[in-house]
Write a protein that binds this ligand. Structure first.
Ligand code: C2O
Length: 512
């Protein structure tokens, strides 16, 4: 598969929600193309960068065993791909299957459009006989201004506002902006088409839900239909039926929906939960307390061409938290790995730094990657990571297959989706306050995923097995917060890693 931005025009003008803006596209489309593979496949993606600026692609949720250099995180595992240069990302899916996505990991580039999905089909899918068809549904917030402008406003000294507030939201790249609010000199077409999914009465559909946002977590529901959850972040789970799912940035769920209602049109709803993202030290904008609902349409074959008139389910749920780990039990449940060889505690908070800019810190330090001198390259060059200066939050663990427990403490008033590269992990539990309550932890059959929500003023305990030598970013997936330093770096088995031979095209990126 060839994934390339439009070679003639560095960016393309598109109007996903009716409002025209420049969008960073892959193969000319937003959202980018769906990459499909089968379990066990090797994937080659030739990324030709024609943006006029550096780029990179990260494969969110893929563990990149043996191929740390293709993880796509500039400053951690590669130098960014310069303009007019191609890189073939070449990696195996090993035993992984399920719902993933890809996105630029270079600055805030994915906010402007460079993101898409990656599906690994599984011939041995235990649920294969439980559905007839499938759809991929991406959710995202959407901005009309370029992310670089929004970011520099956000990072201006003395700025005391909220993170940039999105202008609208999209379901699978489609939304509907109220053009009466558009500036005079802009192009805006009212009543933009909504994402529409066709159902046939009596059939069963697997919906692969992915939150690809910059800032917001969503609650997803379909009027008058139940959602049977069967997958969390690539891991099959025992069926668990709900009417609404909170889904945070980077997370994925597969749900099975039965077309068992009257032939009609039904609203698909994805609500941005603004009340969850207010942060420490930020003045709360009154408007930001109003949730923004993005809609799409579920259309039964034979239904009229009218818009739905259905009502939202009144199921109550906690909008700012993940569904309880008690209900997301892996189908192949395993006990939490033991014994624990190392405990890492990450304390996160927002602070105003010496330049009067609000940044995020992890254990008191704010991360800024050195794009042209990535950690992986330094290790391959023989540097000892234990001697790296102590100004970044870096954890080095050099024993094979050790069990690492991470205690995440969120000391702020905002909710953060925390994502680990290179691994999925066991979520033992979480709770309010900043003291871990051991009796709340599930050691028997914990949820497995790669992105977990840290609600405001809360703790979460996870574990993973250090079986994947590499340099792995571990960060809040609110893209503004990444740029504000909300990142830690895990260096796993550096001695083993240093013995590896990186591919030539990868090495040459740093000399260009
Ligand atoms: Cu989708 Cu580093 O993340």
């Amino acid at each position: 598969m060839l994934l390339y931005p439009n070679p003639q025009t560095r960016q393309k003008n598109l109007s996903p929600d009716g409002f025209e803006r420049r969008v960073w596209t892959a193969n000319d489309v937003y959202p980018g193309p769906i990459i499909r593979a089968n379990k066990g496949d090797k994937i080659f993606v030739n990324v030709t960068n024609c943006f006029g600026e550096p780029a990179s692609i990260h494969w969110h949720g893929l563990t990149q065993k043996e191929t740390n250099w293709y993880d796509g995180a500039p400053g951690f595992t590669q130098c960014p791909i310069p303009n007019d240069v191609s890189l073939v990302y070449d990696f195996s899916t090993y035993g992984q299957s399920g719902t993933y996505w890809w996105h630029s990991h270079y600055l805030t580039q994915y906010v402007d459009g460079l993101r898409g999905t990656l599906i690994i089909h599984d011939p041995d899918d235990p649920y294969l006989k439980s559905y007839d068809e499938e759809y991929v549904i991406t959710l995202s917030d959407w901005y009309h201004d370029n992310s670089s402008t929004l970011l520099s406003d956000r990072m201006a000294p003395g700025y005391e506002g909220f993170d940039p507030i999105p202008d609208s939201g999209l379901i699978s790249g489609k939304g509907r902006y109220d053009c009466s609010a558009a500036p005079k000199d802009s192009k805006c077409t009212p009543n933009a088409p909504l994402a529409t999914y066709k159902f046939k009465k009596g059939r069963r559909y697997r919906l692969r839900l992915i939150n690809t946002s910059t800032e917001y977590l969503f609650t997803f529901s379909i009027d008058e239909h139940k959602l049977k959850i069967i997958e969390t972040d690539g891991e099959y789970v025992e069926p668990y039926t709900v009417e609404k799912i909170p889904i945070n940035i980077g997370q994925r769920y597969s749900v099975i929906v039965e077309a068992n209602q009257a032939i009609d049109n039904y609203w698909i709803r994805a609500t941005m939960n603004k009340e969850c993202v207010n942060s420490n030290n930020f003045t709360i904008n009154i408007n930001s307390a109003i949730n923004y609902e993005v809609v799409g349409i579920l259309k039964y074959e034979g239904a009229k061409n009218d818009e739905p008139t259905t009502k939202e389910s009144n199921e109550q749920h906690d909008r700012c938290k993940d569904l309880s780990t008690k209900f997301l039990i892996p189908l192949n449940a395993k006990p939490a790995p033991e014994p624990v060889h190392k405990i890492i505690t990450l304390n996160t908070t927002a602070i105003t730094n010496e330049k009067n800019v609000t940044v995020f810190t992890v254990n008191g330090k704010s991360f800024s990657p050195d794009f042209q001198n990535p950690t992986l390259q330094r290790i391959l060059n023989g540097e000892d990571p234990n001697t790296f200066p102590d100004d970044q939050v870096t954890f080095v663990y050099d024993e094979p297959n050790g069990v690492i427990e991470v205690i995440l403490i969120n000391n702020g008033n905002g909710t953060h989706p925390f994502h680990m590269h290179g691994h999925n992990f066991f979520v033992l539990g979480s709770g309010d306050g900043t003291e871990v309550v051991k009796s709340e932890l599930n050691y028997k059959n914990p949820t497995i995923r790669d992105t977990v929500t840290l609600p405001a003023m809360s703790w979460t305990v996870i574990r993973y097995v250090a079986d994947n030598p590499g340099v792995w970013a571990f960060h809040c997936h609110i893209e503004w917060h990444v740029e504000m330093g909300f990142v830690a770096q895990l260096i796993e088995s550096p001695t083993e890693l240093a013995k590896r031979q990186p591919p030539k095209d990868w090495s040459s990126l740093c000399s260009k």
